[in-house]
Design a protein around this ligand. Structure first.
Ligand SMILES: [Zn+2]
Length: 302
């Protein structure tokens, strides 16, 4: 063994380099040959096309790709998502779209099928704010998808100017049929031919001069009288916690009533225009059922 080692190590350097290069070339050639054989095998293998599946099976597969409810307009990028100064130093990279949204870009047929499934099972969050409320098309949703929507959460981010007046008290003195935004929303809802459930959130924002109650009052009293049977509830929000305790919900009989956060009935809602003071009282009225549950829980702890 030691004699052989001595014999090999005694070979001239050029001959040893030749042996090593030849061995490396053989290995590379072998790997290329194997890769070529695999490519040939995959080329000749029977191919499976997703679009050859029956439509029902494709729909079942598409259901697995939907992992979130869409929002229009799309949420702005957060600080964590926005590119920082480091990204300017790195080479630019195209954004990678994965999951369900990637299917929207695959083909027109897949786009239509994916949109139809999404409209059937997803809850579309449609936001109306100061930026889009005057646009003819408030959301970038195709007419076909719009007509297929089943579940919608409509968020009104109201400012006094969106009510057509700087002073919301002036707006509350006029009927809803004179409110351009109300008519605009009703026309949009009328295009949702398959709408099954609609939840409305009245988000008071904007001018700190005005009490949010005026915005909640006018919007809720206007939309509760809209001819939209799918409208199930009207909830109230604003920046900051602790406000908008109770909400208005439609009963199985089609009437409106006030409910607490746990959906206990609190009081009936009038069919006509509720005075703003009564709305304020109903909004913050304590729920007797919740109070009873609380007292029972305290008694059990004793
Ligand atoms: Zn309650």
């Amino acid at each position: 063994m030691s004699a052989l080692f001595v014999a090999r190590s005694s070979l001239p350097l050029s001959i040893r380099s030749f042996y090593i290069s030849s061995a490396a070339l053989c290995i590379v050639g072998l790997l290329c040959h194997q890769a070529y054989q695999r490519w040939q095998a995959s080329k000749n293998a029977p191919r499976f096309r997703f679009l050859d599946l029956p439509a029902e099976l494709r729909e079942n597969i598409l259901l697995y790709t939907i992992d979130r409810d869409p929002s229009y307009p799309a949420k702005p990028k957060t600080a964590a998502q926005s590119p920082g100064w480091m990204s300017r130093l790195l080479p630019s990279r195209k954004p990678v779209i994965t999951g369900g949204p990637a299917l929207l870009l695959a083909s027109r047929q897949l786009h239509d099928e994916y949109s139809a499934v999404l409209a059937k099972i997803g809850t579309f969050k449609l936001v109306i704010n100061a930026h889009n409320y005057q646009k003819p098309a408030m959301w970038q949703v195709s007419a076909a998808t719009f007509a297929n929507l089943r579940h919608v959460r409509l968020e009104l981010h109201l400012t006094p100017s969106m009510m057509g007046s700087f002073d919301p008290r002036n707006a509350s003195q006029s009927p809803a049929t004179e409110w351009p935004l109300y008519l605009h929303v009703c026309r949009a809802l009328a295009k949702m031919a398959r709408l099954n459930s609609l939840e409305m959130y009245v988000h008071a924002c904007g001018d700190p001069l005005w009490n949010p109650l005026w915005l909640w009052h006018y919007a809720s009293q206007a939309f509760k009288q809209a001819d939209v049977k799918q409208l199930r509830s009207i909830r109230f929000k604003m920046d900051g916690p602790g406000l908008g305790e109770n909400h208005i919900a439609r009963t199985s009989g089609g009437c409106w009533e006030w409910r607490c956060r746990k959906e206990h009935p609190i009081r009936d809602e009038s069919e006509g225009w509720l005075p703003v003071r009564e709305l304020c009282a109903a909004l913050y009225r304590e729920c007797a059922s919740c109070q009873l549950q609380k007292e029972e829980a305290e008694r059990m702890n004793w």
